[in-house]
Structure formats: structure tokens, C-alpha cells
Design a protein around this ligand. Structure first.
Ligand code: ZN
Length: 302
């Protein structure tokens, strides 16, 4: 199974910054040490090109990101200090999701150990998201392969508001988001299918709601390809997640999603999306399990 990573593109954050940037390197280290993967499974992605990015983002927004021309308010909304390294990492992250998609055009599962930056709109970033990697990759599939219909399955605990708006009037890309009703973003956009959960929702209700949404999404989308955002932030111990889903519940979620995709013979590219547990190892645990489950299911694709 191909595993793309971008943690080697270092990006300096202030000491007290709340974004858990270290989770990516810790996750890769954990996967490497598990000796379940071959060294050649781990790949450094290319950067997304300007042409690829501007299929989704406005040329003006891209130019201002690129040159440090964002306003102070725009930078605040993104929540990460601007630097040339931030730009490079964001481009590589979009490139990693593209490459994960192209690694499994016919069948199977590939993973990007980052991405899921679903709060990025065509003309602005938000909530640690500069470019919308899922949207860029979906457009890339449409432009460069025979794939027309893509399902974006967003299981991060925050609504995929940027993705929802980008594809609002596009029947070829189906957006599904299962998230906490009271979570950021406080103004929700309209996905093709939204499932909003109450604070404290536990495993049973979560998995039941997911199953129903998943079945409906697969049926309505007519998808030929799935991009799955396997956010770790529905976890009960998450600092900002508000739900009460256990690590076992999240593993059951990953198995449910990937198993249904495999039965429908759909290729899947997985991104990690959010995860903000006070103990970073909990977030890493959850992402690690996602990648292991993906590699198990990858072997079952025929
Ligand atoms: Zn999130």
C-alpha cells in the first residue's frame, strides 16, 4: 500500500501554537517501526501544480498565498503563520492526496498521512486549511482520468464546509459530512448529505448514523472513486471534538467505510484530517489504526 507523507517539509510554528504539527512525523515513525510496511511503500509526494490548484482555487487567492499577500485577517482565519515553508507544505499536501488517488485508479487503497484540509474555500483558507486537497484531487481525477463521479466521505468531526461550497452546484462530486452539530464551523454549509450529531454522541449512535449516511451516499453519488477523510477528532478524549467516540469505535468506523467501499469495488484514497487529543499519542494511535486497517482491506481487493 502506498503511503504518502509531507512531514519532512518542515514548517516552524511558535512554541505555544495549538496545532499538533508533530503528529505527522510521530505517525510515520510509528508506521515505520511497526515493520508492517516496506520502505518503498513510503513516498514523498510532488507538489500540486498551479494548474491543478487553480481548478479549485481562484488565481488571485493562490497568488496571494504564494507571495505572502494575504491580509492579516486572512492569515488569522487560517490560524497558521505565513511562511514560504507553509506554502510549500500546503502544495505538497495537495500533491500527496492527488498521488494517493492516482496510485489506486483501478482498485485498492492508498493513504496520505496528512491532508483533509476541508475548511479551505476557493478564495480563502480557514481552520488550519490553506488549499482544499480533496477538491483539488477530485478535479484532477476528472481532468486526467476517465473517472467522472467522486464521493468525498468526510468523517472529520468538523463539517467539510469548504468542500461543500466548492461542489455545491456540481452533481458529479458528492459531498458527505458527518460532524458535531455544535462544532466549528458555527455556520454550516450545505453538503449533498450532512449528518449533524449532538455533543457526547457515543459509539453506537455514531456508527449507526454513519452506516445510514454511508449507504445513502454510495447510492446517490454513483461514485467511481472515494476520498475518505478519516479524522481522529470524533474521539472522546479530543480537546475540541465534543463527541464521545472511543478508539475502538473509530476503528469500527474505518472498517465499516473501507469494507463497504471494497464491496462496491471502489478505489479509496484516505487522508488523516483532524485530531487534537491533549496527549498527542492518542491522536497518533487513532491514525495508526486507520492505516493498519487500510492495509488489511487493501489486501482483500481483487
Ligand atoms: Zn476536524
Amino acid at each position: 500500500m502506498k503511503i504518502f507523507y509531507t512531514d519532512s517539509f518542515a514548517m516552524a510554528l511558535p512554541q505555544d501554537h495549538r496545532f499538533p504539527i508533530n503528529k505527522y512525523a510521530l505517525l510515520r515513525k510509528r508506521l515505520t517501526r511497526s515493520s508492517r510496511f516496506a520502505p518503498q511503500d513510503f513516498c514523498t509526494p510532488r507538489a500540486a501544480t498551479t494548474a491543478e490548484i487553480t481548478r479549485v482555487h481562484t488565481p488571485d487567492y493562490l497568488r496571494r498565498v504564494q507571495t505572502g499577500g494575504l491580509t492579516a485577517q486572512e492569515v488569522r482565519r487560517i490560524g497558521l503563520p505565513w511562511s514560504p515553508e507553509l506554502v510549500e507544505r500546503s502544495r505538497r499536501s495537495a500533491g500527496a492526496t492527488i498521488e494517493a488517488c492516482f496510485a489506486v485508479l483501478d482498485k485498492g487503497v492508498a493513504v496520505h498521512l496528512g491532508g483533509g484540509t476541508h475548511h479551505a474555500f476557493s478564495n480563502q483558507g480557514q481552520g488550519y486549511c490553506v488549499f482544499n486537497d480533496s477538491a483539488i484531487a477530485a478535479r484532477c481525477l476528472q481532468a486526467e482520468t476517465r473517472i467522472r463521479r467522486v464521493l468525498i466521505l468526510d468523517c472529520d468531526v468538523h463539517q467539510g464546509n469548504g468542500t461543500a461550497v466548492i461542489f455545491q452546484n456540481d452533481p458529479t462530486i458528492f459531498t458527505f459530512s458527518i460532524h458535531g452539530r455544535n462544532n466549528f464551523p458555527y455556520h454550516k454549509e450545505k453538503s449533498d448529505l450532512d449528518v449533524a450529531l449532538e455533543d457526547g454522541t457515543g459509539d453506537a449512535v455514531y456508527l449507526d448514523a454513519l452506516q445510514t449516511g454511508l449507504i445513502e451516499s454510495l447510492r446517490r453519488s454513483g461514485a467511481e472513486f472515494v476520498i475518505y477523510l478519516a479524522g481522529a477528532d470524533p474521539y472522546s478524549g479530543d480537546r475540541i471534538g465534543r463527541l464521545n467516540v472511543s478508539k475502538e469505535g473509530l476503528a469500527a468506523r474505518d472498517r465499516m467505510v473501507l469494507d463497504r467501499c471494497r464491496r462496491a469495488r471502489l478505489p479509496v484514497a484516505i487522508t488523516m484530517a483532524g485530531g487534537y487529543a491533549p496527549n498527542i499519542e492518542d491522536t497518533v494511535d487513532i491514525h495508526f489504526r486507520t492505516v493498519l486497517i487500510a492495509s488489511q482491506i487493501q489486501k482483500l481487493y481483487i
